[in-house]
Design a protein around this ligand. Structure first.
Ligand code: I24
Ligand code: DGL
Length: 265
């Protein structure tokens, strides 16, 4: 099936998920919408995030997508259930794939989660983990400083190292053997987070797991694109076209031809 896969996010962070989907499913066309004008979602109320996420969803449904990926953890936590119930195509968030991979990896069922304030407050990761295995013990920590660090482009260096160590200090002595990166931006801090946590903790990127699951769902439902002319991907932002073009082209290592700024009503 030739129709595109839709990906929504609060901004550019979801490009970490998009990149992995493009890598794993090179024949699939992607339509990405980032709500840069209203980014970040992390500190907002659940009601607000849910309303925004519905607007993004409706924009992409009008583009005839065959499947919707909610790449933003905060949006998944606030709106996935509601959207899933009310749209006629498969909808996948980033939380369940991350939770599944964490359970699969963990030997002691002692799992850590980091994310935005909204994601941690929602309890969506503990809920997802417990619905897979009710024996699991979960410790979640909000790391509100991490998104601004990544967006500053300065995500190595002594100062960043210090912030990461301080933010993750509450995990000391917790006995976790698996840590879920429950935010689109955190994979960019992945190596630093991993070295801070040490060898005994496996770090799991929810976005990478989501790309794997996307591929499994499309295959199972017979929705994969059977043609193999290289697809052209489309990118929409509610913010500045040039800013989005610059970050996305650099991240995807390609001078993107189809980047548009749009207004949502
Ligand atoms: N990374 C992200 N967001 C940005 C950025 C970045 N600017 C540089 N880099 N800006 O997210 C978002 C909008 N700004 C506007 C001004 O105020 C602050 C917010 C992470 C992107 C993950 C794909 C660094 C950078 C880059 C290219 C690729 C990756 C990356 F420029 F981290
Ligand atoms: N995309 C968000 C997430 O994964 C992080 C950025 C934001 O707060 O909007 O939770």
């Amino acid at each position: 099936m030739k129709q595109p896969i839709g990906i929504i996010d609060s901004g550019v962070g979801g490009l970490t998920v998009a990149k992995e989907i493009i890598r794993q499913l090179p024949n699939e066309q992607i339509i990405y919408l980032g709500d840069n004008a209203r980014c970040p979602y992390g500190p907002r109320t659940k009601e607000e995030v849910r309303a925004f996420t519905w607007q993004l969803t409706e924009f992409l449904l009008a583009k005839k997508i065959k499947m919707l990926i909610i790449a933003c953890n905060t949006a998944t936590a606030a709106a996935l259930e509601d959207i899933k119930k009310n749209v006629p195509i498969p909808v996948l968030g980033v939380i369940q794939p991350g939770a599944r991979a964490a359970i699969k990896n963990s030997s002691n069922l002692n799992i850590g989660v980091i994310g935005t304030v909204g994601t941690v407050k929602s309890g969506a990761y503990p809920d997802a983990l417990k619905s897979i295995n009710d024996q699991v013990s979960v410790k979640s920590i909000a790391c509100p400083k991490f998104v601004p660090i990544v967006e500053s482009g300065e995500y190595s260096g002594a100062l960043v190292k210090k912030v990461v160590a301080e933010s993750l200090a509450p995990f000391k002595g917790s006995g976790i053997d698996t840590l879920i990166l429950g935010c689109t931006h955190y994979p960019l801090l992945g190596p630093l987070i991993s070295s801070t946590m040490g060898k005994g903790v496996k770090v799991i990127s929810s976005g990478d797991e989501t790309a794997r699951e996307t591929s499994a769902i499309l295959e199972y439902k017979g929705l994969l694109n059977d043609q193999n002319e290289k697809p052209e991907h489309y990118f929409y932002t509610t913010g500045s076209r040039d800013m989005f073009h610059r970050i996305a082209s650099s991240w995807l290592q390609k001078d993107l031809q189809h980047v548009y700024s749009i207004k949502l009503n």
